[in-house]
Design a protein around this ligand. Structure first.
Ligand code: KIV
Ligand code: NA
Length: 264
């Protein structure tokens, strides 16, 4: 099996083929998603919430994400592995971004993602100049939720021009793709038309070149009401908890282990 390369994703855009991206943070999901033909997996800083139990992505560190990147890299053959640069690991400037990105590439990533448009152009240029493919991330950027004033849709009214300027800045700096998060569908559609690189939407409507979701959200492992942009394709929380209850019930009833599970 051939590895997906960034150019394959750009060629897919040229052919008008849409693709789906997911997060992954561990061996089993990585192998399953790879086998399912998902062309790109993101070890998101959303591991903060979905692996480590933090309240926000601001809290997760490079040291906590590196082993997850390595696990996903070891467990896949085909998918392109994108590692998120966490809050505090690239904002200081191109040198800091490069130092951090190199650590993720050495851990097995094939590309990195970082948040910010025009304000991160120098970082994106430094990384692509060093041979590290970069996925941009604009619109609602969770690492700056305190500046953006919480989880809010971006791109309404006068803001549309700002988001478009960010999209162009990211592409011109050399990014191979850009995530558009919680951007109005019309702005996302317009950016998708204008940019030569694929747009990856999350809460950005149906006109982007690709979509991305956090896997625990789309598979229903996370309980509670998901954000509006999530569709639940399974109810893994119930499946897993039912299995756990059945196991515990059988142990209490003396039904597990049965004869065939023991050794004579
Ligand atoms: O960390 C993450 O999971 C992300 C995607 C949802 C885009 O950045
Ligand atoms: Na992220």
């Amino acid at each position: 099996v051939k590895r997906v390369r960034t150019r394959h994703l750009i060629e897919a855009k040229e052919r008008g083929e849409k693709w789906a991206m997911l997060t992954s943070y561990d061996q089993y999901t990585a192998a399953l998603f790879d086998e399912a033909g998902i062309p790109a997996l993101l070890i998101g800083d959303s591991a903060a919430n979905n692996v480590y139990g933090y309240d926000t992505t601001l809290q997760v560190s490079v040291e906590e994400l590196l082993p997850l990147v390595a696990a996903v890299a070891r467990s896949t053959h085909r998918t392109l592995i994108v590692a998120d640069l966490p809050f505090g690991s690239y904002e200081a400037g191109p040198a800091q971004a490069l130092e951090t990105a190199v650590r993720f590439m050495k851990a097995g990533a094939h590309a990195v993602k970082l948040e910010g448009g025009r304000r991160m152009a120098a970082q994106i240029r430094a990384l692509t100049g060093a041979g590290i493919p970069v996925m941009g991330h604009i619109g609602f950027t969770p690492q700056s939720e305190h500046t953006l004033g919480g989880y809010r849709v971006q791109g309404r009214d006068a803001q549309a021009a700002e988001i478009e300027a960010d999209a162009h800045a990211v592409a011109e700096a050399g990014a191979f793709a850009v995530v558009l998060e919680m951007v109005t569908s019309s702005v996302a559609a317009e950016i998708t038309k204008q940019l030569p690189i694929p747009t990856v939407g999350i809460g950005a409507g149906s006109e982007t070149d690709a979509q991305v979701l956090v896997w625990q959200d789309m598979a229903g492992l996370r309980r509670g009401k998901p954000p509006r942009f999530v569709k639940r394709y399974a109810d893994l929380a119930t499946v897993l908890q039912d299995a756990v209850k059945a196991y515990a019930d059988e142990v209490r009833a003396g039904e597990f282990p049965a004869k065939e599970h023991g050794f004579e």
